[in-house]
Structure formats: structure tokens, C-alpha cells
Design a protein. Structure first.
Length: 391
């Protein structure tokens, strides 16, 4: 609500005046008319009992308007290495300007902006140090990896209306993720899959840790990781469950990258690498747990169902399917899933974030029991669902 004076509130009608509305719909209609009235906004911004609410909502609205600028300030800090530099010790403006190859005026502009966003913080004797969010970024390099990658997304979102109206048009992200639109993804070359495979590996470590903390993998005999990329999850799970055997299934070009990582980790005797296309070719049998880590939300419902049915064919009656990906449908995840991932996947050209109930519907169609949620430490990043085959 914009700031203003203390004029009296304006009566805008009865919430129930629209016949046929549910009472709550009527209330919301009345509320919307009230909040959209400039005289009410002015009154609420001055009235002691509503002033703080009005100020918070005004700040939230401005943050939505300025969000792109905030993201570019963060991107500039990541590209210039501001957080790594300040992790060494707090520095003066002159020292930072020299390290960043910026003029003092430009450095001060960036640092003031970053301080306002709690990325950096002013310290004693005119120095700058890490802010609470800048320090948190250092502990989570996968976030900085995604920030650097977002240049492609920003380019695709320059005209969001065009993006919405031209769903099948080529975009920067669809070119980056070539399997999303490929007629024969199993024919992609190593060069075509290298960049996105590296990004997946770098960006999913938080999810991997959350999943390994949430589920006891040591109780299983053999794990099949479908869409397993370069083997990052297999390597991490192998360290947690020394007696577990593994199979990794992905596109042929991707499995070549996985083969090297698995061998380097000393797991060649415990992990079989199987190339193929999980939509058109059968999955290997023999696993009592199958994982889909950030796989289903890359695909539309028809292909997601096709994959789940493929999984069901090879999973024994006492086996489990574990799905891990960002999920929609809760207050704490809706901004990430229904805003960020909705438009990221739109630009990518395929897929969407689903709620647990939507996933359960697909699971039941594929021959599973519908599944149950598995609690994770960071549900904003990692939603988890475990399902069992119906006999």
C-alpha cells in the first residue's frame, strides 16, 4: 500500500451483495475492491493499527517490481567473485575496487546495493565484509552455479508474454537442454550433453544430501538411478551405504561421462553403467529401489506416466520407487515451484513442478500404490515421495 495521510476509510459495499457467490468469494471480492481503492490505501498507511501492514505490503509490491534488478546485483557479485574475496577478510572500498577491477564509484554502487540485499555488510574502519546471505552462498556453491547459469533464463524472459504464446519456439534454455526437444535423445553427442550434465552435478548436491538424510539406503540390496547423470548421486549414496550395489541408467553420451566419475570414485565393481532412452527402451531389472532424482519434473504428464510405467515393469513387488524433486502444493514451496520452476521449465520447453497429490495420481495410473511423502530438511528444494508397486 502506498504511503499517505489520514483520511477516513471508504465503505465499498457488502461482501455478500453478489448473489450466488460462496461467502468467502464474496469476502475476497470486497477485499480486492477495498485494497484497490487509493483512498483506502492512503488511510491504511496512516492509521496506527494498519500502518505496519501497509508498509510491508508496499515493500513486497516494490520487491516484485525490482526483483530483476536484485537478481542482477547478485549476478554481478557472483561474476566478480565478491563473496570469495570477502571470505578472506573484510576489505576497504579502495582494496575492493582494485580487486574487482572497478572504479571506486562503481564498486561503492555495487557494495551499497549488495549491502541493502544483505549480501555484504559494512564493517568498522570503512571496510566491507560478508553479509548473512553472502556467507550462506559460500556454504552452498550450487546456488552460485545456478545464478551464473541464469543468464540464459533472463534472456528467455525478456518478453514473458511472447514466451507464453510461443511455447514450441526455440529458446536459450531449450538449446542448453537439448534432450528436451530432441526426437532421438539417445543420439546426442558427448559435446551436446557435457554442459548440462556438469550443471546438474554441480546444482543438485543439496538435494542429494537431503535425500540421503531422509531415506535409509543401506536397507536395500541394489539401487537403480534412472536419469543418473554423471553419477554424482551414486557416488554420494555409495559412501553412505557401503554394502549397496548400483546401476545407473541414462543417455549413451551421458553414461560415458558417468563411467569416468564412477571409476575415479573406485566404484567400478559396485556400479553398472547402462546406456539407453528410458522412454523407448526397457530399464534393467534387478534393483529393489529405483530413484528418480530431479527427472519427472522435466517432462509433461504423458512422458512422466510413460517413464513411471517403465519403472513399474522392472520393480519387484517388494521394491520401492523414490522420487525426489521440487514439488508444489505447499505454502513454503509455492513461490519456487509455481513461479520459478513454472517459467524455467516453460523456457526449457517441457515439464512442470507437480504437487504430491498430482504425482500420486500419476503413480496410481502406472500401477503404484500412490505413495507417501518423505520428510526432508529443506522441502523448498527437495520434495520426496516413496511408492510401492501394487501386486
Amino acid at each position: 500500500m502506498p504511503a499517505g495521510g489520514n483520511s477516513a476509510p471508504i465503505a465499498l459495499g457488502n461482501p455478500s451483495e453478489k448473489a450466488g457467490f460462496h461467502w468467502h468469494d464474496g469476502y475476497l471480492t470486497w477485499r480486492d475492491r477495498l485494497l484497490a481503492d487509493r483512498r483506502f490505501q492512503r488511510w491504511a498507511a496512516g492509521f496506527p493499527l494498519t500502518r505496519k501492514i501497509a508498509q510491508r505490503r508496499a515493500q513486497s509490491l516494490f520487491d516484485l517490481c525490482a526483483g530483476f534488478v536484485y537478481s542482477q546485483i547478485l549476478l554481478a557479485c557472483v561474476k566478480l567473485g565478491v563473496f570469495d574475496i570477502l571470505a578472506e577478510r573484510p576489505l576497504t572500498l579502495g582494496e575492493l575496487a582494485s580487486r574487482l577491477a572497478l572504479t571506486p564509484d562503481a564498486a561503492l554502487r555495487l557494495l551499497n546495493a549488495a549491502a541493502a540485499l544483505r549480501l555484504v555488510q559494512r564493517r568498522s574502519r570503512g571496510r566491507f565484509g560478508l553479509g548473512v546471505l553472502g556467507a550462506a552462498l559460500l556454504a552452498n556453491p550450487e546456488i552460485t552455479t545456478m545464478v551464473a547459469h541464469h543468464g540464459l533464463l533472463y534472456a528467455d524472459l525478456l518478453d514473458p508474454v511472447s514466451l507464453l504464446r510461443r511455447r514450441n519456439a526455440a529458446t536459450a534454455l531449450s538449446r542448453y537442454w537439448p534432450y528436451a526437444g530432441a526426437d532421438q535423445p539417445d543420439q546426442l553427442t558427448a559435446d551436446e550433453v557435457a554442459d548440462y550434465t556438469a550443471l546438474m552435478s554441480a546444482s543438485q548436491s543439496l538435494m542429494v544430501v537431503d535425500l540421503l538424510d531422509a531415506w535409509t539406503f543401506g536397507s536395500h540390496r541394489c539401487l537403480l538411478d534412472v536419469g543418473g547423470g554423471d553419477g554424482s548421486f551414486v557416488v554420494a549414496a555409495a559412501a553412505r551405504a557401503p554394502g549397496l550395489r548400483f546401476m545407473l541408467y541414462d543417455l549413451p553420451a551421458v553414461t560415458e561421462l558417468a563411467r569416468g566419475r564412477i571409476a575415479a570414485a573406485g566404484l567400478a565393481d559396485r556400479a553398472a553403467i547402462i546406456p539407453g532412452d528410458f522412454f523407448t527402451q526397457p530399464l534393467p531389472s534387478g534393483a529393489d529401489i529405483i530413484t528418480l532424482v530431479r527427472v519427472l519434473h522435466d517432462h509433461d504428464d504423458a512422458n512422466a506416466l510413460k517413464l513411471l510405467r517403465n519403472v513399474r515393469r522392472v520393480l519387484p513387488h517388494d521394491g520401492v520407487l523414490l522420487i525426489a524433486e521440487p514439488m508444489s502444493g505447499t505454502t513454503e514451496t509455492k513461490a519456487v515451484s509455481d513461479a520459478y520452476f513454472a517459467f524455467y521449465l516453460l523456457a526449457m520447453g517441457t515439464g512442470r513442478a507437480r504437487s504430491p497429490s498430482e504425482l500420486k495420481g500419476l503413480l496410481q495410473q502406472a500401477g503404484f500404490d500412490g505413495g507417501r511423502a518423505v520428510a526432508t530438511r529443506r522441502p523448498i528444494l527437495t520434495g520426496a515421495l516413496v511408492a510401492r508397486p501394487i501386486s
